[in-house]
Design a protein around this ligand. Sequence first.
Ligand code: BDP
Length: 734
Amino acid sequence: MKMIRITRITRITRIKRTTGMIVAMALSMLLAMQAGAETGYELWMRYVPVQNQPLLNSYRLQINSIAVNTGSPTLRIVKNELISGLTGLLGKKIDTTGKTALNGILSAETYNPAGVSGKAGLKSLLEQTGEEGFVIATKTVNNKKHIIITGNTDIAVLYGTFHFLRLIQTQQNISSLQIISTPKMKLRMLNHWDNLNRTVERGYSGSSIWNWHTLPGYIDPRYVDYARANASIGINGTVLTNVNANATFLTPPYLQKVKALADAFRPYGIKVYLTARFSAPIEIGKLKTADPLDPQVQQWWNDKISEIYQVIPDFGGFVVKANSEGQPGPQDYKRTHADGANMLASAIAPHKGIIIWRAFVYSNENPVDRHKQAYDDFVPLDGKFNSNVMVQVKNGAIDFMPREPFHPLFGAMPKTPLMMEFQVTQEYLGQGTTLAFLAPLFKETLESDTYSKGKGSTVAKVIDGSVDQHALNGMAGVSNIGSDINWTGHPLSQANWYALGRLAWDHSLSSEKIAEEWLRMSFSNNAAFLSTMIPLMCNSRETVVRYMNPIGLHHIMGTSHHYGPAPWVSNLNRPEWNPVYYHKADSLGIGFDRTSKGSNALGQYAPEVRKLWEDINTCEEKNLLWFHHVPWTFKMKSGRNVWEELCYNYYTGAEKVKQMQASWKKMQPFVDPQRFDQITMLFNVQYEEAIWWRNACLLYFQTFSKMPIPSNYEKPDRSLDYYKSLRFPFAPGI
Ligand code: BDP
C-alpha cells in the first residue's frame, strides 16, 4: 500500500515537475528569442543589420546588385556568401543579376581580361597578389560604378569576399576602395590534436568535431561551416589528427573518411594533412622495423603515400612528432631527424606534398636543460633536410607557457624553412574557463628580434621566409575547436582562432586591431562597448601571466591535466616534468639560471640577445626568473624585492580579474543575454581560479622566502596543505 502511494505521489510530482520544466523551458526559450539570444555558433559571421542608419543608407546606395560568375564550387560559395551577408547586413533583397542597376554593382570575379576586372585595368595590381591575394577596388566601367573583388584564383576571390563583408560588418567606409592584400605566409594552418575516439588532447570545448564513426557517409553540416569560418580568416590547411599519432588513420577505411572531409573543405581552399606515426610500417604494414634507411620501409611509405594521393589528390602532407614524449622516431634506429624526415619527404615529393617535422623534442636520458635540447638536436641538421621539409617549432623552448622568450631555433637554422607552432587551445592559460586573448602573446614572439641577420631579423620575418629567402613558409596553431555549440567553449576564445588566422595572413596587424575587428563582428560596433572591450581583451593575457607565472616563472601547473597550480610537485619520473625543476626555489632565491654560469641556454641565442638577457640588470623583468636564479632580496625596478614583487603580481593579477568582471557587467546592454550570462559565469570561475593560483603559489614559495605577505594584502584563507590536497581526476583534455 505504502509503496504504491509513494510511487503515485512521486509520479504526480514528476508529472508536475516535468510540466513545470517544459513551461519554464518554453518561456525561457521565448524570452531568449525575444531578446535575441545567441549561441555563438555564427562566430564572427553573424551578418546582423548595420545599426548606424546613415551608414546603412550609404551602403544600400552603393550596393544595388551583385554580379558573380558561378562557374566553380568556390565561386558559388562567393555568391551565396555575398547574398546572405549583404541581405543580413543591409536588410534588403540584393539583385543578383548584376544587370538591373545603373550604379552600385558589386562584381566578384577571378581576373578576366574580358570581364569587369580586365576592363577596370586591374591586371597590374594582380601581378603583386600571387595565388591567394586579392584586390578590392572601386572603378567605373562602362559608365557604371563597380566595386570589384578580384584575384588570380577563385580562392583569392573568396578571401576578398570575406574581407569585403568584414568592411561592412566593422562599419568601414567603402566609397572609394583600393585594397591589395596578399598573405604574408604560404601555409596558414590549424593543428587538431583530435583522436579516433573523439577525445581531444588539450581540448576544452567538448569532443572532436570529426565524427569518424559516421564518416564518410554522413557529412555533418558543421564540417562545411568549419571550412567557411577558416576561409573567412585565410586559413588554408588543417591537420586533422593528434600529433601523438595513431596509425589507424592511414588504413583504407580511414582514408575514405579523410577524403570525405577533404572534399568538403576543398572549395574553401583548405587542404587536409595527417599526422604520421613513425612506426606505422610495423603497426599496420606488418614490417619488422620502421628504420628510415631500410628499403622495405621506404617502399612501404612510397606505396602508402601513393595510395593516399589516389584517394585525395591534393593531400597536403604529414606532420610528424618523432622521438618526443615516447613517440617512435628515427632515433630508435640510431638515425637522425633528417633521415626520418627525408625518407618521408622523398616519398611524398612526386605528389607535391610536404613534411612538417616537429622540433618539440626532449629526452629524459639527457641531463641537459630541456630548454637546450631541441636546438642541440636540430641545429647540426640545418641544410640536411630535403627541400619539401619544414621544421615546426613551438614559439618557446619549453612548452606554450603563458609567457616564453622566443625559441632559440628561430634564426639558428637559416637553411631550413621553420614553421611557427602556436597553441590556440589554452592548455597552460586557464583552459576553458579563462579569458586570455592570445594575439598579444603571438605578437610578442613574432616581434622578437633574433638578430640572426642583423637587427630587425624578427621571428615573424624568419618564419615568413623573408630573412633567409624560403619559398615554403607558414604558421600553425593548435586548435581550440570542439563540438560545443559555440565551437571554442569560452565564447571569448573564438577570438584566438580568429587572431591566429589573421596574423598568419598578416603578422603586422596589431592585437588591438584584431580585437576590434573581432569584437565588432562578434558582438557590437557600439563605441562604448569597444572602448571597454578592446583593452580588456588585450590586457587579459598579461593578467593571466601575473596570477599564474609572473616575472618569468614557468611550468608550475598541475600534473598531467595541467589544470591549476602545483609548484610543489617533485616526484614525477622524468626530472623535467616536475615544476621544481623549473622554478628552483630555495632558501637563497628563485629562478632557473640559464646564463653562462648556469645551464647556458642563453649561449644558443645571437650575441645581442644573449647579452641583453645574460645581465640580470638588463634582462627584462618579465623574463627574469626564466633566465636567472635571483636572491629573494634582489631589488626590482619598482623598489620591491623579488618576494614582494611576486606578491604584488599575484595579488594585482587576481584583482585585475575582478576588474574585468566589473567591466563586463557594464556590457550587458550591448550583448545578448545568453552570451552575456555565460561570460559572466566564466569570469566568476576565473576569479576563483586566480585566487587559487595566487594563494597556492605564494604559500608555497613563502616556505623558501620565509618572508611575510605584505600586510596590505588579505591573507590566504586556506592552508598550503589544502591546496596540495586538491585532485582533478576528470579534468578535461588529457
Ligand atoms: C604538450 C602537451 C602534450 C602534447 C605536447 C606536444 O601537454 O599533450 O602532446 O605538448 O606538443 O604541451 O607534442
